[in-house]
Design a protein around this ligand. Structure first.
Ligand SMILES: O=P(O)(O)OC[C@H]1O[C@H](OP(=O)(O)OP(=O)(O)O)[C@H](O)[C@@H]1O
Ligand SMILES: Oc1ncnc2c1N=NC2
Ligand SMILES: [Mg+2]
Ligand SMILES: [Mg+2]
Length: 213
């Protein structure tokens, strides 16, 4: 398939084999994707994206969870476009979207200013997300963006969760397919905790209880 599949339990790594910040040691149960593997996969995703989009590109970070993947991906895209001798500008936009409290999705709240939306008219957009779970965030966001008549919209998500709650949305570029578990780290949070963890881990029951609101 187009992505790396880590949905089977046996793929998980033991906490003892990597460095985990001491303040999270009891709050995660396993490492699903070590930071180094994420970075290597992002190099490949950048190559796929650059090969498909030579022209001007507006790369849109979906805050907050998308920021780490966005930062690392844009770094790789810049390198590749320079090497391709491309002198075409890359512009960056940041859209705040929120729907999760604890491990449950509520209403999707998109904060986009009108002057920001003028930036999208007639442009080639690349939307950068951390994870597609139910797909509700992305479906709402794409509907909103369409009303501003972009020239094209492509979506990349580092993670795609295999869950019965999915509305079936699948992005154009996916890093990894993951199991139906709540993951944290690499900017993915649980009530704003764990964004400072480098590896993508499965949250433990203790972590869920400790940081629940
Ligand atoms: O496919 P879905 O079920 O909609 O879930 C995916 C979305 O939910 C999370 O955002 P969250 O609401 O936690 O805000 P955050 O990005 O600030 O963490 C995540 O970053 C995605 O944006
Ligand atoms: O597994 C997850 N971990 C963090 N944030 C979110 C998740 N799924 N939807 C939003
Ligand atoms: Mg988000
Ligand atoms: Mg979140």
């Amino acid at each position: 398939s187009d992505w790396i599949d880590v949905t089977t339990e046996k793929n998980h790594y033991s906490l003892n084999h990597f460095v985990i910040p001491s303040h999270y040691e009891r709050d995660v149960s396993s490492i699903l994707i070590p930071h180094g593997v994420i970075m290597d996969r992002i190099q490949k995703l950048a190559r796929l994206i650059v090969d498909d989009s030579q022209g001007p590109l507006v790369v849109c970070c979906i805050l907050k969870g998308g920021h780490q993947y966005f930062a690392d991906l844009v770094n790789e895209i810049k390198k590749l476009r320079r090497n391709n001798g491309s002198s075409v500008p890359l512009s960056l936009e940041f859209i705040r979207v929120k729907s999760y409290t604890n491990d449950t999705s509520g209403g999707v709240n998109i904060s986009l200013t009108d002057e920001q939306l003028k930036e999208f008219e007639g442009k080639n957009l690349l939307i950068v997300e951390d994870i597609i779970d139910t797909g509700a965030t992305m479906v709402h966001l794409l509907n909103r963006l369409e009303t501003y008549n972009p020239k094209s919209v492509k979506v990349t998500s580092l993670l795609l969760k295999k869950t019965p709650k999915s509305n079936g949305y699948i992005p154009h570029y996916v890093g990894f397919a993951i199991p139906d578990a709540f993951v944290v780290g690499y900017a993915l949070d649980y009530n704003e905790y764990f964004r400072d963890l480098d590896h993508i881990c499965v949250i433990s029951d203790e972590g869920k209880a400790k940081y629940a609101v």
